[in-house]
Design a protein around this ligand. Structure first.
Ligand SMILES: Cc1cc2nc3c(=O)[nH]c(=O)nc-3n(C[C@H](O)[C@H](O)[C@H](O)COP(=O)(O)O)c2cc1C
Length: 352
């Protein structure tokens, strides 16, 4: 989530310091939203008589022309510093080994510093790879070219544009002029030769915005709701005047609400669920609510680096992802379905 003040552009070293601070803060308990994502209120109905074997339950699917072992991908996380580069490379190895997609964090810092992330595609040749750029950077002069370079550098299958007005408003170096961003996204849909996806970073995308994004041709919307890693809290922790933002620390649309609202407003739209998905049962509930894919960011970082500063441990991250797959498979089995297509129609309820 790169940004620069509208008055004083951030230097590459400012951006790097900010990104390393983000990595450490994201792994801190203070970064967790105090408002729940809403998955605890969703109960899938137990089936006492499943008619298949647990081992045969199929959770594989396809994503952007690639077969994947589960409807998961690793959510966009930072890039552009030496520590972040090491993490991204390890994430690429993890995603390739687990057979799931990988979304990288904002590529702006690395592209502007003239650094390539081409190694990631080499480490992950067979999985869906999603690039990432901020909506504000896309709308700035030269934004479309930057987007094309982001796709090209990564040999990405798709590009995520992140929209994060709350985070930018709280970020000490953030930008607050969002005029022209939707037009820039529409231009990118036409200009780029890969699908364009739009995501929030944990405050949620509501029904109206989702509908406008599908109307301009966006391939998928990741509602990225409230309930997981909380960027308002992370950015506020970097300010001296945090009190100003205290009432907004848990502003946003909880993930389950955002997903249900977007699903009913855009019945045909491809929705991705993220924000506070913490295990395979949460992912199962998100799929049941109508998501076609789910992603986790903070929990993968935590599994891999502990406090966010340790060297990346790919084996630990693979172990956690394999556990999430086993949990999703168990949830599908216990509702009496044998694959994801049948799972979409099982019974459940939302207690509110
Ligand atoms: C360390 C870290 C860095 C992130 N950097 C980006 C980024 O550059 N671009 C982006 O779109 N989202 C970024 N995110 C947000 C995530 O993609 C995701 O939307 C958010 O963390 C909520 O998901 P979670 O609860 O699974 O962590 C970042 C998240 C983390 C934890």
């Amino acid at each position: 989530m790169a940004s620069s003040s509208s008055n004083t552009p951030a230097s590459p070293s400012d951006t790097s310091e900010r990104k390393d601070a983000h990595l450490a803060l994201a792994a801190d308990p203070l970064a967790m939203s105090q408002v729940p994502s809403g998955f605890d209120a969703v109960r899938l109905t137990h089936c006492a008589l499943p008619e298949c074997s647990l081992e045969e339950v199929d959770i594989s699917t396809s994503c952007l022309g690639h077969s994947v072992s589960a409807p998961f991908f690793i959510g966009s996380m930072t890039g552009g510093t030496a520590h972040a580069t090491a993490i991204n490379l390890a994430l690429a190895e993890v995603a390739e080994s687990a057979g799931i997609g990988l979304a990288v964090g904002s590529q702006r810092a690395s592209l502007e510093a003239g650094q390539s992330q081409r190694d990631l595609r080499r480490a992950a040749p067979s999985i869906p790879l999603f690039g990432n750029l901020g909506g504000l950077q896309l709308a700035a002069p030269g934004g479309l070219d930057l987007a094309a370079r982001a796709v090209d550098d990564l040999q990405a299958d798709a590009l995520f544009i992140h929209v994060n007005p709350l985070q930018e408003a709280v970020q000490p170096e953030g930008e607050t002029d969002w005029r022209g961003v939707i037009e820039a996204i529409e231009a990118a849909v036409t200009f780029l030769n890969v699908p364009v996806l739009v995501k929030e970073v944990g405050a949620g995308i509501g029904a109206n915005v989702a509908r406008r994004l599908f109307d301009i041709g966006v391939h998928a919307v990741d509602i990225a709701g409230l309930g997981g890693t909380n960027w308002t809290r992370i950015e506020a922790a970097r300010r001296d005047d945090a009190e100003l933002f205290a009432p907004f620390l848990d502003w946003g649309i909880p993930t389950v609400d955002a997903l249900r609202d977007a699903r009913s407003a855009c019945p045909e739209g491809r929705l991705i669920a993220s924000g506070g998905i913490r295990h395979g049962l949460d992912a199962a509930k998100a799929l049941w609510l109508g998501a076609t894919m789910t992603s986790m960011a903070g929990p993968v970082l935590k599994a891999m680096t502990g406090d966010g500063t340790s060297p990346p441990d790919a084996v630990a991250a693979i172990k956690v992802i394999e556990m999430w797959k086993a949990q999703l498979r168990l949830a599908v089995f216990l509702t009496g379905a044998c694959d994801l297509a049948a799972f979409a129609g099982v019974e459940g309820r939302i207690s509110r």
